[in-house]
Design a protein around this ligand. Structure first.
Ligand SMILES: *[C@@H]1O[C@H](CO)[C@@H](O)[C@H](O)[C@H]1NC(C)=O
Ligand SMILES: *[C@@H]1O[C@H](CO)[C@@H](O)[C@H](O)[C@H]1NC(C)=O
Ligand SMILES: *[C@@H]1O[C@H](CO)[C@@H](O)[C@H](O)[C@H]1NC(C)=O
Ligand SMILES: *[C@@H]1O[C@H](CO)[C@@H](O)[C@H](O)[C@H]1NC(C)=O
Length: 399
């Protein structure tokens, strides 16, 4: 209760958690130090790796960025995925250009530094690998490093030393083993975490045990979880959670599993997810977990108490592809935080965002703590309040 009603100067995240994230957390299972030998071979035991109904695709050619590309001057993509009107719970995926799978923007060094910081602070709370996912993690490690070498050869290249060939990240000035054969899962996860801004998850299909063959979260690096404590959700069955994403079970579970199943190797899909974040803290694994009654007791914020430089539209870019060798679903998620001062100064999207806030169904709104921020945000976007300050300045994100 107290946690929910924290003062607004204590950063907390009002996330519009995607059904997918919730799904993966609920299905997540224990962490293993992991030998490099996988007991389960996902390809042979999980028939979902290949789908017969679609024509097989070939690997995309990852061409290098142009010579004048400079990560330091590359502005973040501006996603505005909300729509004026009633919220619709769908996967709403679209094709992703493989060249946009792992991108570099001006935030690269700052965000990867934050990742290193939170990994040092929270360590194993943020990453995990089940023994069945070791080979998919290895496949991903190889894929990501090769991708960076091909796409950004001026920043990532190989160097030779007494230990053989290393992958060199000239922006972070760090090197990593290129040959993953003898790496432990944890070493690979740390390597992935330090080189890309995206959070990383592997989903594997379980053998037929349930009514439907569900995909389970089997490995992850989640540096920037939004407003919940992921480890509390370990081993929790879907039906026993206090605050389910309303309508998830009925509408999404089946279709999502089918969707993962049909996703093909070399097929790239993307979807966006949006919410609000209050405060500049990106990683909050100790974040609150309120019960339904606690949620109902939340009071509306007074817009005069909120500094809208520190209230962000938080948009996730969730990307999916299927790993060709192991059949795992590689799920990368990148986060954007756009201050509401910026959104309001742009003008045109304000009414649309207000309409999208109004369009959230009651239960989903409760879950997303709309009662707290909803009216305050709308008041600000409509210029009926300026919040606690009129001054507009850039707020640095912190770990
Ligand atoms: C080679 O690997 C060893 C063992 O991991 C390490 O201690 C050493 O610093 C490495 N040498 C170089 C030049 O990176
Ligand atoms: C990677 O390391 C393994 C084990 O040391 C070795 O057998 C393999 O040839 C290496 N692969 C490459 C491409 O160097
Ligand atoms: C990531 O893995 C850890 C360790 O297994 C787990 O506690 C956590 O729930 C997972 N996080 C997410 C966001 O899935
Ligand atoms: C917000 O600030 C602007 C510029 O200083 C001012 O003109 C306007 O009256 C203020 N609005 C409110 C509701 O305080």
């Amino acid at each position: 209760m107290e946690k929910v009603l924290k003062e607004n100067n204590i950063p907390f995240i009002v996330a519009i958690l995607s059904p997918i994230i919730i799904f993966t957390i609920l299905k997540s299972i224990g962490y293993t130090q992991g030998s490099t030998k996988s007991k389960v071979n996902p390809v042979s035991t999980h028939s979902g790796a290949y789908s017969s109904s679609k024509k097989p695709l070939t690997a995309p050619v990852i061409t290098p960025v142009s010579d004048d590309f400079d990560w330091k001057t590359t502005k973040p993509v501006q996603y505005r995925p909300f729509k004026n009107g009633p919220y619709r719970l769908t996967m709403a995926t679209r094709r992703l250009d493989p060249l946009d799978h792992i991108i570099l923007e001006e935030s690269y060094l700052e965000r990867t530094n934050l990742r290193v910081e939170v990994l040092e602070k929270y360590g194993k709370l943020l990453l995990g690998c089940h023994e069945s996912a070791v080979e998919s993690v290895r496949e991903s490690y190889d894929y990501i490093f090769k991708y960076l070498l091909q796409r950004y050869p001026k920043y990532f290249y190989t160097i030779e030393n007494e230990n053989g060939t290393l992958f060199y990240n000239s922006i972070r000035k760090e090197s990593f083993p290129l040959n993953s054969t003898n790496l432990k899962p944890e070493e690979m996860l740390y390597g992935i975490a330090r080189n890309i801004e995206e959070d990383f998850l592997i989903l594997l299909k379980n053998p037929k045990i349930d009514e439907i063959d569900e995909y389970h979260l089997r490995a992850n690096v989640s540096c920037f979880p939004a407003g919940f404590n992921p480890s509390e959700k370990l081993n929790t069955p879907l039906t026993s959670i206090h605050v389910p994403v309303p309508e998830y079970k009925e509408k999404l579970q089946r279709s999502m599993n089918r969707w993962f199943e049909r996703l093909q190797p070399y097929e790239y899909m993307v979807r966006n997810n949006w919410g609000f974040q209050i405060g500049n803290q990106l990683c909050d694994p100790d974040g609150y977990q309120a019960t339904y009654d606690e949620l109902k007791a939340i009071k509306a914020a007074d817009p005069k108490d909120l500094n809208f430089n520190e209230v962000f539209l938080r948009v996730e870019k969730q990307m999916f592809t299927k790993l060709p060798k192991t059949g795992g679903v590689l799920f990368l998620s990148r986060y954007y935080t756009y201050p509401l001062t910026q959104i309001r100064s742009e003008g045109e999207k304000c009414e649309e965002l207000c309409g999208a806030i109004d369009g959230l169904p009651h239960k989903l709104g409760l879950y997303k703590r709309k009662v707290y921020w909803g009216d305050a945000v709308k008041t600000y976007l409509r210029c009926e309040s300026n919040g606690s300050t009129n001054e507009v300045y850039e707020v640095k994100m912190v770990a």
